[in-house]
Design a protein around this ligand. Structure first.
Ligand code: HEC
Ligand code: HEC
Length: 399
Protein backbone atom coordinates (compact mmCIF):
# COMPACT_ATOMS: atom_id res chain seq x y z
CA UNK A 1 0.00 0.00 0.00
CA UNK A 2 2.75 2.32 1.01
CA UNK A 3 4.71 1.36 -2.09
CA UNK A 4 1.76 2.16 -4.25
CA UNK A 5 1.27 5.48 -2.63
CA UNK A 6 4.90 6.31 -3.11
CA UNK A 7 5.07 5.50 -6.74
CA UNK A 8 1.86 7.16 -7.79
CA UNK A 9 1.11 10.32 -5.98
CA UNK A 10 4.08 11.55 -4.15
CA UNK A 11 4.10 14.84 -5.93
CA UNK A 12 3.75 16.97 -2.84
CA UNK A 13 3.18 20.48 -4.10
CA UNK A 14 5.59 23.12 -2.92
CA UNK A 15 3.00 25.83 -3.16
CA UNK A 16 0.35 24.58 -0.84
CA UNK A 17 -3.24 25.61 -1.13
CA UNK A 18 -3.37 26.14 2.57
CA UNK A 19 -4.65 29.25 4.19
CA UNK A 20 -3.79 28.78 7.81
CA UNK A 21 -3.95 32.38 8.85
CA UNK A 22 -7.06 33.30 7.01
CA UNK A 23 -9.13 30.47 8.39
CA UNK A 24 -12.03 32.76 8.95
CA UNK A 25 -11.95 34.65 5.70
CA UNK A 26 -14.21 33.59 2.96
CA UNK A 27 -12.34 33.10 -0.23
CA UNK A 28 -13.02 36.04 -2.45
CA UNK A 29 -14.20 36.00 -6.03
CA UNK A 30 -11.73 35.27 -8.75
CA UNK A 31 -9.33 33.12 -6.73
CA UNK A 32 -9.70 29.38 -6.64
CA UNK A 33 -11.32 28.43 -3.30
CA UNK A 34 -9.26 26.40 -0.88
CA UNK A 35 -10.05 24.01 1.91
CA UNK A 36 -9.90 25.73 5.27
CA UNK A 37 -7.72 24.59 8.09
CA UNK A 38 -9.61 22.96 10.97
CA UNK A 39 -8.67 25.85 13.22
CA UNK A 40 -11.08 24.79 15.96
CA UNK A 41 -9.33 21.46 16.29
CA UNK A 42 -5.93 23.16 16.19
CA UNK A 43 -6.96 25.45 19.04
CA UNK A 44 -8.45 22.53 20.98
CA UNK A 45 -5.19 20.59 20.74
CA UNK A 46 -3.10 23.62 21.69
CA UNK A 47 -5.29 24.17 24.74
CA UNK A 48 -5.47 20.51 25.70
CA UNK A 49 -1.82 19.56 25.30
CA UNK A 50 0.31 22.71 25.17
CA UNK A 51 -1.16 25.20 27.65
CA UNK A 52 -2.21 27.31 24.70
CA UNK A 53 1.21 27.46 23.01
CA UNK A 54 0.54 27.62 19.26
CA UNK A 55 1.56 24.73 17.05
CA UNK A 56 4.48 26.01 14.90
CA UNK A 57 3.35 27.40 11.57
CA UNK A 58 5.83 25.20 9.74
CA UNK A 59 4.12 22.09 11.13
CA UNK A 60 0.70 23.32 10.11
CA UNK A 61 2.16 23.89 6.67
CA UNK A 62 3.38 20.29 6.53
CA UNK A 63 -0.09 19.01 7.35
CA UNK A 64 -1.48 21.26 4.62
CA UNK A 65 1.03 19.95 2.09
CA UNK A 66 0.22 16.35 2.91
CA UNK A 67 -3.52 16.97 2.66
CA UNK A 68 -3.09 18.62 -0.70
CA UNK A 69 -0.98 15.70 -1.90
CA UNK A 70 -3.61 13.21 -0.77
CA UNK A 71 -6.82 15.05 -1.53
CA UNK A 72 -6.07 17.91 -3.92
CA UNK A 73 -8.21 21.05 -3.81
CA UNK A 74 -11.93 21.86 -4.00
CA UNK A 75 -11.53 22.30 -7.75
CA UNK A 76 -9.09 19.45 -8.40
CA UNK A 77 -9.75 16.54 -6.05
CA UNK A 78 -7.35 13.60 -5.64
CA UNK A 79 -7.63 10.50 -3.54
CA UNK A 80 -4.87 8.53 -1.79
CA UNK A 81 -3.49 5.84 -4.07
CA UNK A 82 -4.27 2.28 -3.09
CA UNK A 83 -7.75 3.25 -1.94
CA UNK A 84 -9.36 3.95 -5.30
CA UNK A 85 -12.12 1.44 -4.67
CA UNK A 86 -13.56 3.74 -2.04
CA UNK A 87 -14.53 6.62 -4.29
CA UNK A 88 -14.67 7.10 -8.03
CA UNK A 89 -12.44 9.94 -9.20
CA UNK A 90 -14.73 10.75 -12.08
CA UNK A 91 -17.62 11.15 -9.69
CA UNK A 92 -15.53 13.28 -7.36
CA UNK A 93 -14.72 15.53 -10.26
CA UNK A 94 -18.35 15.99 -11.13
CA UNK A 95 -19.24 16.95 -7.57
CA UNK A 96 -16.18 19.20 -7.22
CA UNK A 97 -15.43 22.48 -8.90
CA UNK A 98 -17.31 25.72 -9.17
CA UNK A 99 -20.88 26.01 -10.36
CA UNK A 100 -20.56 26.28 -14.14
CA UNK A 101 -22.10 29.11 -16.08
CA UNK A 102 -22.21 26.64 -18.94
CA UNK A 103 -24.28 23.74 -17.58
CA UNK A 104 -22.86 21.30 -20.09
CA UNK A 105 -19.64 20.89 -18.12
CA UNK A 106 -21.69 19.17 -15.44
CA UNK A 107 -19.36 19.92 -12.56
CA UNK A 108 -19.90 21.90 -9.35
CA UNK A 109 -22.70 19.77 -7.90
CA UNK A 110 -21.57 20.08 -4.30
CA UNK A 111 -21.11 23.82 -4.47
CA UNK A 112 -24.44 24.24 -6.17
CA UNK A 113 -26.52 22.11 -3.82
CA UNK A 114 -24.69 21.71 -0.53
CA UNK A 115 -21.94 24.18 0.32
CA UNK A 116 -24.18 27.07 1.44
CA UNK A 117 -25.07 24.87 4.41
CA UNK A 118 -22.20 22.38 4.75
CA UNK A 119 -19.38 24.69 3.64
CA UNK A 120 -16.87 24.12 0.84
CA UNK A 121 -14.64 22.21 3.27
CA UNK A 122 -17.55 20.18 4.65
CA UNK A 123 -17.05 21.86 8.01
CA UNK A 124 -20.77 22.53 8.48
CA UNK A 125 -20.32 26.28 8.56
CA UNK A 126 -21.59 27.44 5.21
CA UNK A 127 -23.06 30.96 5.07
CA UNK A 128 -26.54 29.85 6.23
CA UNK A 129 -25.38 27.42 8.94
CA UNK A 130 -25.53 29.61 12.04
CA UNK A 131 -29.24 30.29 11.60
CA UNK A 132 -30.21 26.61 11.35
CA UNK A 133 -31.22 24.28 14.17
CA UNK A 134 -29.88 21.66 14.16
CA UNK A 135 -26.72 22.94 12.52
CA UNK A 136 -25.71 21.33 9.21
CA UNK A 137 -23.43 18.37 9.65
CA UNK A 138 -19.69 18.96 9.92
CA UNK A 139 -18.49 15.97 7.90
CA UNK A 140 -14.90 16.24 9.15
CA UNK A 141 -15.53 14.34 12.36
CA UNK A 142 -16.46 11.28 10.30
CA UNK A 143 -19.58 10.76 12.39
CA UNK A 144 -22.97 10.16 10.86
CA UNK A 145 -26.22 9.77 12.73
CA UNK A 146 -28.69 8.11 10.41
CA UNK A 147 -27.01 5.02 9.09
CA UNK A 148 -27.42 1.27 9.11
CA UNK A 149 -24.00 0.52 10.58
CA UNK A 150 -22.82 0.10 14.15
CA UNK A 151 -21.76 2.99 16.37
CA UNK A 152 -18.27 4.32 15.49
CA UNK A 153 -18.44 2.85 12.00
CA UNK A 154 -18.78 4.91 8.84
CA UNK A 155 -22.05 4.80 6.93
CA UNK A 156 -22.45 2.70 3.77
CA UNK A 157 -22.89 4.39 0.39
CA UNK A 158 -26.52 3.36 0.57
CA UNK A 159 -26.94 5.17 3.90
CA UNK A 160 -25.65 8.46 2.50
CA UNK A 161 -27.75 7.99 -0.63
CA UNK A 162 -30.85 7.46 1.52
CA UNK A 163 -30.20 10.71 3.39
CA UNK A 164 -29.82 12.59 0.11
CA UNK A 165 -32.95 11.08 -1.39
CA UNK A 166 -35.17 11.47 1.66
CA UNK A 167 -33.65 14.53 3.25
CA UNK A 168 -33.81 14.63 7.05
CA UNK A 169 -37.38 15.22 8.25
CA UNK A 170 -37.70 17.97 10.82
CA UNK A 171 -34.40 19.64 9.87
CA UNK A 172 -33.21 21.98 7.13
CA UNK A 173 -31.58 19.10 5.25
CA UNK A 174 -33.63 18.93 2.02
CA UNK A 175 -34.45 15.96 -0.16
CA UNK A 176 -32.54 15.71 -3.44
CA UNK A 177 -34.77 13.00 -4.83
CA UNK A 178 -35.27 15.01 -8.01
CA UNK A 179 -31.61 14.87 -9.00
CA UNK A 180 -30.65 12.22 -11.55
CA UNK A 181 -29.11 9.11 -10.04
CA UNK A 182 -25.63 9.73 -11.42
CA UNK A 183 -25.55 13.12 -9.71
CA UNK A 184 -26.59 11.57 -6.40
CA UNK A 185 -23.81 9.00 -6.84
CA UNK A 186 -21.30 11.80 -7.37
CA UNK A 187 -22.50 13.61 -4.25
CA UNK A 188 -22.35 10.44 -2.15
CA UNK A 189 -18.69 10.00 -3.08
CA UNK A 190 -18.02 13.65 -2.39
CA UNK A 191 -19.46 13.42 1.13
CA UNK A 192 -17.16 10.44 1.78
CA UNK A 193 -14.22 12.36 0.35
CA UNK A 194 -14.80 15.44 2.53
CA UNK A 195 -15.36 13.29 5.57
CA UNK A 196 -12.22 11.20 5.06
CA UNK A 197 -10.19 14.30 4.30
CA UNK A 198 -11.43 15.86 7.53
CA UNK A 199 -10.59 12.77 9.56
CA UNK A 200 -7.10 12.58 8.10
CA UNK A 201 -6.57 16.26 8.87
CA UNK A 202 -7.59 15.71 12.47
CA UNK A 203 -5.29 12.70 12.81
CA UNK A 204 -2.34 14.62 11.38
CA UNK A 205 -2.97 17.63 13.61
CA UNK A 206 -3.17 15.32 16.63
CA UNK A 207 0.15 13.76 15.62
CA UNK A 208 1.81 17.18 15.67
CA UNK A 209 1.32 17.31 19.43
CA UNK A 210 3.44 14.13 19.76
CA UNK A 211 6.46 15.50 17.92
CA UNK A 212 9.66 16.10 19.84
CA UNK A 213 11.32 19.50 19.79
CA UNK A 214 12.89 20.04 16.36
CA UNK A 215 11.15 17.02 14.85
CA UNK A 216 9.04 17.28 11.71
CA UNK A 217 5.88 15.46 10.64
CA UNK A 218 7.42 15.09 7.22
CA UNK A 219 10.90 16.59 6.77
CA UNK A 220 11.56 18.46 3.53
CA UNK A 221 12.72 15.97 0.94
CA UNK A 222 16.39 16.29 -0.07
CA UNK A 223 18.90 13.94 -1.64
CA UNK A 224 20.58 13.55 1.72
CA UNK A 225 17.58 12.52 3.77
CA UNK A 226 15.84 10.04 1.49
CA UNK A 227 15.62 7.41 4.20
CA UNK A 228 14.34 9.69 6.94
CA UNK A 229 11.78 11.04 4.58
CA UNK A 230 10.46 7.65 3.63
CA UNK A 231 10.37 6.53 7.22
CA UNK A 232 8.36 9.62 8.17
CA UNK A 233 6.00 9.04 5.29
CA UNK A 234 5.47 5.48 6.41
CA UNK A 235 4.47 6.75 9.85
CA UNK A 236 2.04 9.15 8.24
CA UNK A 237 0.49 6.31 6.26
CA UNK A 238 0.05 4.36 9.48
CA UNK A 239 -2.25 7.16 10.59
CA UNK A 240 -4.07 7.48 7.31
CA UNK A 241 -4.65 3.86 6.30
CA UNK A 242 -6.83 2.81 9.26
CA UNK A 243 -9.19 5.70 8.56
CA UNK A 244 -9.60 4.64 4.96
CA UNK A 245 -9.86 0.96 5.84
CA UNK A 246 -12.78 1.60 8.16
CA UNK A 247 -14.67 3.18 5.29
CA UNK A 248 -13.79 0.29 3.02
CA UNK A 249 -15.21 -2.14 5.57
CA UNK A 250 -18.38 -0.18 6.35
CA UNK A 251 -20.60 -2.66 4.57
CA UNK A 252 -19.53 -5.48 6.89
CA UNK A 253 -20.65 -3.50 9.94
CA UNK A 254 -24.31 -3.17 9.02
CA UNK A 255 -26.57 -3.97 11.98
CA UNK A 256 -28.54 -7.07 10.95
CA UNK A 257 -32.31 -6.98 11.34
CA UNK A 258 -32.52 -10.06 13.51
CA UNK A 259 -35.55 -11.57 15.17
CA UNK A 260 -38.45 -9.66 13.58
CA UNK A 261 -41.54 -11.51 14.91
CA UNK A 262 -43.69 -12.96 12.09
CA UNK A 263 -46.81 -11.42 13.56
CA UNK A 264 -45.23 -8.02 14.24
CA UNK A 265 -47.65 -6.01 12.09
CA UNK A 266 -50.74 -7.97 13.17
CA UNK A 267 -50.04 -7.79 16.89
CA UNK A 268 -48.63 -4.30 17.16
CA UNK A 269 -50.61 -3.59 20.35
CA UNK A 270 -49.26 -6.65 22.05
CA UNK A 271 -45.64 -5.80 21.25
CA UNK A 272 -46.20 -2.16 22.04
CA UNK A 273 -47.37 -2.98 25.57
CA UNK A 274 -44.18 -4.94 26.14
CA UNK A 275 -42.20 -2.05 24.66
CA UNK A 276 -43.82 0.43 26.99
CA UNK A 277 -42.69 -1.57 30.03
CA UNK A 278 -39.16 -1.56 28.67
CA UNK A 279 -39.28 2.16 27.86
CA UNK A 280 -40.00 2.98 31.50
CA UNK A 281 -38.09 0.06 32.95
CA UNK A 282 -35.06 -1.86 31.82
CA UNK A 283 -34.29 0.22 28.71
CA UNK A 284 -34.77 3.48 30.64
CA UNK A 285 -35.63 5.54 27.60
CA UNK A 286 -37.71 7.68 29.94
CA UNK A 287 -34.52 9.12 31.41
CA UNK A 288 -34.05 11.29 28.32
CA UNK A 289 -37.31 11.16 26.40
CA UNK A 290 -39.41 11.92 29.48
CA UNK A 291 -42.56 10.45 31.03
CA UNK A 292 -44.75 11.41 28.10
CA UNK A 293 -42.12 10.89 25.41
CA UNK A 294 -41.90 14.53 24.43
CA UNK A 295 -38.16 14.70 24.97
CA UNK A 296 -38.09 16.67 28.21
CA UNK A 297 -35.88 14.33 30.24
CA UNK A 298 -32.15 15.04 30.04
CA UNK A 299 -31.83 18.29 28.14
CA UNK A 300 -28.48 19.64 29.32
CA UNK A 301 -26.22 17.80 26.88
CA UNK A 302 -24.25 18.90 23.83
CA UNK A 303 -23.50 16.76 20.82
CA UNK A 304 -20.02 15.46 19.97
CA UNK A 305 -19.29 18.25 17.52
CA UNK A 306 -19.53 20.74 20.37
CA UNK A 307 -18.30 18.48 23.17
CA UNK A 308 -15.11 17.93 21.25
CA UNK A 309 -13.83 21.37 22.04
CA UNK A 310 -15.89 22.12 25.14
CA UNK A 311 -14.68 19.03 26.96
CA UNK A 312 -11.21 18.56 25.52
CA UNK A 313 -10.26 22.20 25.93
CA UNK A 314 -12.17 22.44 29.21
CA UNK A 315 -14.31 25.34 28.06
CA UNK A 316 -17.23 26.47 30.19
CA UNK A 317 -20.01 27.19 27.65
CA UNK A 318 -21.41 29.87 29.95
CA UNK A 319 -18.18 31.87 30.04
CA UNK A 320 -18.10 34.12 27.03
CA UNK A 321 -14.37 34.82 27.28
CA UNK A 322 -13.63 31.10 27.14
CA UNK A 323 -15.96 30.42 24.24
CA UNK A 324 -14.98 33.43 22.15
CA UNK A 325 -11.58 32.20 20.84
CA UNK A 326 -13.28 29.04 19.53
CA UNK A 327 -15.99 31.04 17.81
CA UNK A 328 -13.26 33.12 16.22
CA UNK A 329 -11.58 29.93 15.03
CA UNK A 330 -14.82 28.97 13.28
CA UNK A 331 -16.92 27.07 15.84
CA UNK A 332 -20.65 27.66 16.03
CA UNK A 333 -22.25 28.81 19.26
CA UNK A 334 -22.80 25.80 21.57
CA UNK A 335 -26.39 24.68 21.44
CA UNK A 336 -27.89 21.93 23.55
CA UNK A 337 -29.15 18.78 21.95
CA UNK A 338 -32.70 17.76 22.74
CA UNK A 339 -33.86 14.17 22.96
CA UNK A 340 -36.45 13.64 20.25
CA UNK A 341 -40.11 14.39 20.91
CA UNK A 342 -41.44 10.93 20.18
CA UNK A 343 -45.04 12.10 19.91
CA UNK A 344 -44.51 13.97 16.67
CA UNK A 345 -43.92 10.88 14.55
CA UNK A 346 -41.09 12.72 12.83
CA UNK A 347 -38.07 10.45 12.81
CA UNK A 348 -35.01 11.87 11.15
CA UNK A 349 -33.53 8.55 10.24
CA UNK A 350 -36.76 7.17 8.77
CA UNK A 351 -40.00 5.81 10.26
CA UNK A 352 -39.96 2.27 8.92
CA UNK A 353 -39.68 -0.43 11.60
CA UNK A 354 -36.23 -1.34 10.20
CA UNK A 355 -35.01 2.26 10.58
CA UNK A 356 -36.28 2.44 14.16
CA UNK A 357 -34.81 -0.95 15.02
CA UNK A 358 -31.35 0.19 13.96
CA UNK A 359 -31.75 3.52 15.75
CA UNK A 360 -32.61 1.84 19.05
CA UNK A 361 -30.15 -1.02 18.68
CA UNK A 362 -27.14 1.03 17.56
CA UNK A 363 -27.96 4.42 19.10
CA UNK A 364 -27.33 7.72 17.37
CA UNK A 365 -23.65 8.42 16.91
CA UNK A 366 -22.53 11.90 17.85
CA UNK A 367 -25.45 12.38 20.25
CA UNK A 368 -25.90 10.98 23.73
CA UNK A 369 -28.59 8.57 22.52
CA UNK A 370 -26.91 5.28 23.48
CA UNK A 371 -26.78 1.92 21.75
CA UNK A 372 -28.72 -0.83 23.52
CA UNK A 373 -26.34 -3.79 23.65
CA UNK A 374 -28.08 -5.43 26.61
CA UNK A 375 -31.52 -5.59 25.01
CA UNK A 376 -32.47 -8.77 23.16
CA UNK A 377 -33.68 -8.52 19.56
CA UNK A 378 -37.27 -9.13 20.59
CA UNK A 379 -37.01 -6.40 23.20
CA UNK A 380 -35.78 -3.96 20.57
CA UNK A 381 -38.69 -4.89 18.27
CA UNK A 382 -41.08 -4.34 21.18
CA UNK A 383 -39.64 -0.86 21.66
CA UNK A 384 -40.06 -0.21 17.95
CA UNK A 385 -43.74 -1.14 18.25
CA UNK A 386 -44.08 1.23 21.19
CA UNK A 387 -42.44 4.06 19.20
CA UNK A 388 -44.94 3.51 16.40
CA UNK A 389 -47.92 3.43 18.77
CA UNK A 390 -46.77 6.12 21.20
CA UNK A 391 -48.12 9.17 19.31
CA UNK A 392 -51.61 7.67 19.44
CA UNK A 393 -51.52 7.00 23.15
CA UNK A 394 -53.53 9.40 25.28
CA UNK A 395 -51.44 11.77 27.34
CA UNK A 396 -51.36 11.08 31.06
CA UNK A 397 -53.52 7.99 30.77
CA UNK A 398 -53.35 6.15 34.09
CA UNK A 399 -53.53 2.82 32.28
C1 HEC B 1 -30.47 24.11 3.81
C2 HEC B 1 -29.32 23.53 4.40
C3 HEC B 1 -28.78 22.20 3.86
C4 HEC B 1 -28.47 21.89 2.56
C5 HEC B 1 -28.65 22.73 1.32
C6 HEC B 1 -27.89 20.58 2.60
N1 HEC B 1 -27.88 20.09 3.87
FE1 HEC B 1 -27.17 18.30 4.48
N2 HEC B 1 -27.74 18.69 6.37
C7 HEC B 1 -28.32 19.86 6.80
C8 HEC B 1 -28.60 19.78 8.21
C9 HEC B 1 -29.23 20.85 9.07
C10 HEC B 1 -28.16 18.51 8.64
C11 HEC B 1 -28.18 17.94 10.07
C12 HEC B 1 -29.45 17.21 10.42
C13 HEC B 1 -29.38 16.60 11.80
O1 HEC B 1 -28.40 16.75 12.50
O2 HEC B 1 -30.35 15.93 12.16
C14 HEC B 1 -27.62 17.86 7.46
C15 HEC B 1 -27.06 16.59 7.46
C16 HEC B 1 -26.48 15.99 6.36
C17 HEC B 1 -25.84 14.69 6.38
C18 HEC B 1 -25.63 13.81 7.60
C19 HEC B 1 -26.57 12.65 7.74
C20 HEC B 1 -26.25 11.81 8.94
O3 HEC B 1 -26.59 10.63 8.90
O4 HEC B 1 -25.66 12.26 9.92
C21 HEC B 1 -25.36 14.47 5.11
C22 HEC B 1 -24.60 13.26 4.61
C23 HEC B 1 -25.73 15.61 4.30
N3 HEC B 1 -26.41 16.51 5.09
C24 HEC B 1 -25.38 15.76 2.98
C25 HEC B 1 -25.79 16.84 2.20
C26 HEC B 1 -25.47 16.97 0.79
C27 HEC B 1 -24.61 16.02 0.00
C28 HEC B 1 -26.08 18.12 0.37
C29 HEC B 1 -26.12 18.65 -1.04
C30 HEC B 1 -26.59 17.73 -2.06
C31 HEC B 1 -26.73 18.72 1.52
N4 HEC B 1 -26.53 17.92 2.59
C32 HEC B 1 -27.43 19.91 1.48
C33 HEC B 1 -28.59 20.97 6.04
C34 HEC B 1 -28.43 21.06 4.67
C1 HEC C 1 -29.08 9.58 27.40
C2 HEC C 1 -30.23 10.09 26.68
C3 HEC C 1 -31.06 9.15 25.83
C4 HEC C 1 -31.54 7.90 26.14
C5 HEC C 1 -31.30 7.07 27.40
C6 HEC C 1 -32.34 7.50 25.02
N1 HEC C 1 -32.35 8.48 24.06
FE1 HEC C 1 -33.35 8.41 22.30
N2 HEC C 1 -32.54 10.21 21.77
C7 HEC C 1 -31.74 10.98 22.57
C8 HEC C 1 -31.32 12.16 21.84
C9 HEC C 1 -30.43 13.26 22.36
C10 HEC C 1 -31.90 12.07 20.57
C11 HEC C 1 -31.74 13.04 19.41
C12 HEC C 1 -30.48 12.68 18.66
C13 HEC C 1 -30.20 13.54 17.45
O1 HEC C 1 -31.06 13.80 16.63
O2 HEC C 1 -29.07 13.93 17.31
C14 HEC C 1 -32.67 10.83 20.56
C15 HEC C 1 -33.41 10.39 19.48
C16 HEC C 1 -34.22 9.27 19.50
C17 HEC C 1 -35.08 8.85 18.42
C18 HEC C 1 -35.25 9.56 17.10
C19 HEC C 1 -34.64 8.81 15.94
C20 HEC C 1 -34.84 9.52 14.64
O3 HEC C 1 -34.66 8.88 13.61
O4 HEC C 1 -35.21 10.70 14.64
C21 HEC C 1 -35.72 7.71 18.83
C22 HEC C 1 -36.72 6.90 18.03
C23 HEC C 1 -35.25 7.41 20.16
N3 HEC C 1 -34.33 8.37 20.54
C24 HEC C 1 -35.68 6.32 20.90
C25 HEC C 1 -35.12 5.97 22.12
C26 HEC C 1 -35.45 4.74 22.81
C27 HEC C 1 -36.46 3.71 22.35
C28 HEC C 1 -34.68 4.72 23.94
C29 HEC C 1 -34.57 3.61 24.97
C30 HEC C 1 -34.09 2.34 24.46
C31 HEC C 1 -33.89 5.93 23.94
N4 HEC C 1 -34.19 6.65 22.83
C32 HEC C 1 -32.98 6.28 24.93
C33 HEC C 1 -31.34 10.70 23.86
C34 HEC C 1 -31.58 9.50 24.52
Amino acid sequence: MFEKFKSKSLAIPTVSGWIALSALLFVGCGSEPQFRLNAVHKLTLETEFQDGTPIPEQHIQQVGNLLTAFFGTPDQPHFPAGHESLVDLQRLNRAAGSVPSDLSTGRGLYRKHCSHCHGITGDGVGPTAASLNPYPRDFRLGKFKFKSTKMYRPPTDEDIRRVLERGIAGTAMPSFALLPEDQIDALVDYVKYLSIRGQVERALLEELTNLEEGEDLLPPKTDANQEDYEYALELVMELVDPILNKWTNAESKVVPLNGLPDDFQQRMNFYSDAGKLLFFGKANCVQCHGETGIGDGQTENYDDWTNEWLKRANVDPHKREQVQPFLEAGALLPRKIRPRNLRELVFRGGSQPADLYRRVKAGIEGSNMPAAPTLSDSEVWALVAYLIELPYETFFSDE
